[in-house]
Design a protein around this ligand. Structure first.
Ligand code: ACO
Length: 675
């Protein structure tokens, strides 16, 4: 943290940003040296003003630059010469309005003098333990353990205000703006080693250097709120900060792959961030304690959505909790202490829930009634949790008016995640589980698999021919060389040859083989479901007649006979994402791919664990677990997903649709390769 700060552009005018930054620094209680810089010298807020950074007695650790854009470059050079370690450029008018060259020059100056550059186009930097408020954001906020990084300035300032009102505690706030130099990666890694930070929350619009971002070391929980989910949203983002927004699904996949948790809204993101201070769950079984049946049902639904396992042992729950409720209460999970349940009943139920080792986490739900006191209930929950040694994760939802609002604040202030939303209360607990799963999961060391030997030679030889499309057998050979399996297939030159070779592969599909025919179906060159020798003889002759009539000049070399496959139709693709490079896609294929759009992505390279997650991420993942007796050899899908990565970098695009999966394996039935 900086021990001395220069404010270049500190203003005498109380309405200007340069004045506000000075005021925040002083009011915030920064203990280090503050050097206001202004050509008019004099004094600002009782501090001696220097005409230039070159005049200050010792090199400041940080220079906050708040002068019009045409002059920023020169003062940055002065800072560099003086030995300033970091600069925070508040000034707007760079990359975000197309002045990319000017912005790049700032980066070059920063590199030349080995300074870290924050911004440009930021509202500043805040650090609670150092009492540093070098910003024109809010003068005060609620201190805590969350590092908040924001790409958007205005939203960041707005959210600071919101967190302060909700008693969500911040340790640091960093405005990133155009991210000419310092990006999320450096900050996440910096906060990895900051003992005052337990969790990092990021508002992000786009990633400046995606490949570098992928290498970020995640050691603490990182929660991202990424805007631009919709088509229109992503266009708005692009014009907002000049950053490129990649396809949203790819972002989600990247976050998953990196162990970053993606929230859907800012209240969810901060809800999760508060929940991260909860202890590690010692198991799955959760109880809901509620004073209302309806809210209990809502929470049960949410638990199912988020995979939270509710303790389901009526006898046990009855035995433990019956005494905490009137006769008409319900001791099955959700434990309903009824509308007349107040602080005493909540306290009793909480005490049991925290003491019982079978119960691993607790959700408290409260609907405000006039006969109960929300503040007393919040206090009971907080006190019981504390006296049990904060031994298991809790999450709380209080639904009601002003009194409940104050109770929520009390809980958040005491690091018990609380909100007025059932989905947020439940997803916050789910986030605690997710983070501990991420933390304890083994990190796979993966390097990109490569296509070598004969396979690579073959690709190179086809590439030399500079074809815009590949023939079926060429695609097949390339994919086979990468280890992708195909159904049995034979090539036959004549009808008798076909009959001889087809013996073990019925039912089969017959496809015309000709270097002059690309679209076989269009000329009648495909016949499926041939079941026996008799049908094969007839169909062979018919096909030859049809094709000769439709394409008389085509040289026909014979037919390919391909075993017909039954099973689940899937799709596997390899594509080049403009931001993250090669990505692999997997999902339900055939006609379903367009309708269901149930696909998952991973950025190359990834290992077995991620390949498994590509399957479990699908909404239809149950189908791959032996749904209704349909058996699927999952290991073969995983192999396909790992092997296709060998073609990243050597091909432009691969599309296997369908990949038929059944109990025998995963087989590419139709595939297209673009080199
Ligand atoms: N060295 C030191 N001081 C200087 C220099 C210099 N080279 N040049 C000018 N100054 C002084 C000026 O004399 C002035 O002081 P004064 O008021 O005492 O006379 C002060 O610096 C400011 O200069 P101005 O020319 O008055 O500039 P102004 O304050 O109007 O604007 C600013 C400067 C704020 C940097 C503006 O150019 C700007 O970029 N505004 C947008 C900031 C922003 O929104 N950033 C993104 C935040 S995120 C969000 O969206 C909320």
């Amino acid at each position: 943290m900086p021990k001395s700060i220069a404010v270049i552009g500190a203003s005498h005018d109380s309405k200007k940003i340069g004045y506000e930054i000075m005021r925040n620094l002083i009011k915030g209680g920064f203990k280090g040296k503050i050097y206001p810089i202004n050509p008019k010298a004099d004094k600002i807020l009782d501090k001696k003003v220097y005409k230039s950074v070159t005049e200050v007695p010792a090199a400041p650790d940080l220079a906050v630059i708040v002068i019009p854009s045409p002059f920023v470059k020169d003062v940055m050079i002065e800072c560099g010469k003086k030995g300033v370690k970091s600069v925070a450029v508040i000034t707007s008018g760079f990359g975000e309005i197309g002045k990319v060259k000017l912005e790049n020059e700032l980066k070059q100056i920063a590199d030349k003098y080995q300074m870290s550059l924050f911004g440009p186009n930021i509202f500043g930097i805040i650090n609670s333990p150092a009492k540093l408020n070098a910003s024109f954001g809010l003068p005060s906020y609620f201190p805590g353990n969350i590092a908040f990084i924001t790409q958007s300035g205005a939203l960041g300032i707005g959210l600071m205000g919101w967190t302060s009102m909700e008693k969500v505690g911040l340790s640091s706030v960093v405005s990133l703006g155009n991210k000419a130099d310092v990006t999320e990666k450096e900050l996440i890694e910096y906060f990895n080693n900051d003992d005052n930070v337990d969790v990092v929350m990021i508002y992000m619009e786009g990633i400046k250097n995606p490949i570098e971002f992928l290498k970020t070391k995640i050691k603490k929980p990182v929660i991202v709120l990424k805007s631009g989910r919709s088509e229109k949203g992503s266009k708005a983002v692009a014009s907002h900060t000049g950053s490129l927004a990649g396809a949203d699904k790819i972002y989600s996949a990247v976050f998953d792959q990196m162990g970053i948790m993606r929230a859907n809204s800012f209240d969810e993101a901060f809800g999760w961030a508060v929940a991260m201070s909860q202890p590690k769950p010692k198991g799955e079984e959760t109880v809901i304690i509620t004073n209302g049946g309806g809210i209990g049902v809502l929470a049960t639904d949410e638990c199912e959505t988020h995979g939270i396992k509710l303790l389901d042992d009526k006898k046990y729950l009855e035995q433990k909790f019956r005494k905490t409720m009137p006769e008409f209460g319900s001791a099955s999970n959700p434990i309903d202490i009824t509308g007349q349940g107040g602080d005493v009943q909540f306290r009793n139920a909480a005490r049991i829930a925290f003491a019982e080792s079978r119960i691993k986490s607790v959700i408290f739900l409260y609907c405000e009634t006039s006969v109960t006191d929300p503040m007393a209930i919040a206090t009971a929950i907080y006190e019981e949790h504390k006296s049990a040694g904060s031994n298991k994760p809790v999450s709380v939802c209080f639904l009601g008016g002003e009194r409940s609002k104050l109770a929520i604040k009390l809980l958040n202030e005491n690091k018990i995640p609380a909100s007025s939303s059932v989905p947020i209360a439940v997803s916050s607990l789910a986030a605690v589980y997710k983070w501990h799963e991420i933390k304890s999961s083994k990190k796979e060391k993966v390097s990109k698999p490569r296509l070598v030997g004969a396979g690579k030679k073959y690709v190179d030889s086809v590439k030399k021919q500079k074809k815009s499309f590949l023939l079926e057998h060429e695609s097949r050979q390339i994919l086979e060389s990468a280890g992708i399996k195909f159904p049995k297939s034979v090539f036959a030159k004549s009808v008798s040859d076909a009959v001889k070779q087809a013996k073990n592969i019925y039912p089969l599909a017959m496809k015309i083989a000709s270097p002059d025919i690309i679209h076989k179906s269009d000329v009648g060159g495909v016949k499926i479901n041939i079941k026996n020798e008799k049908e094969l003889r007839t169909e062979y002759r018919e096909m030859m007649k049809r094709v000769k009539k439709n394409k008389p000049k085509a040289k026909i070399t014979g037919v390919n006979l391909v075993q017909m496959m039954k099973g689940l139709e899937c799709v596997v693709g390899l594509n080049e994402d403009p931001q993250f490079g090669p990505v692999v896609m997997f999902g339900l294929g055939g006609v379903y791919v367009e309708v269901l759009k149930d696909v998952s992505f991973r950025v190359v390279p990834f290992g077995k664990m991620e390949a498994e997650k590509m399957i479990s991420d699908l909404k239809t993942s149950q189908l791959f677990e032996g749904f209704r007796g349909m058996k699927v050899k999952k290991q073969d899908i995983i192999k396909t997903l790992l092997n296709i990565q060998k073609l990243a970098g050597v091909t432009k695009e691969v599309d296997i649709n369908p990949l038929i999966v059944n109990e025998k394996g995963a087989f590419a039935v139709d595939a297209r390769v673009i080199l």
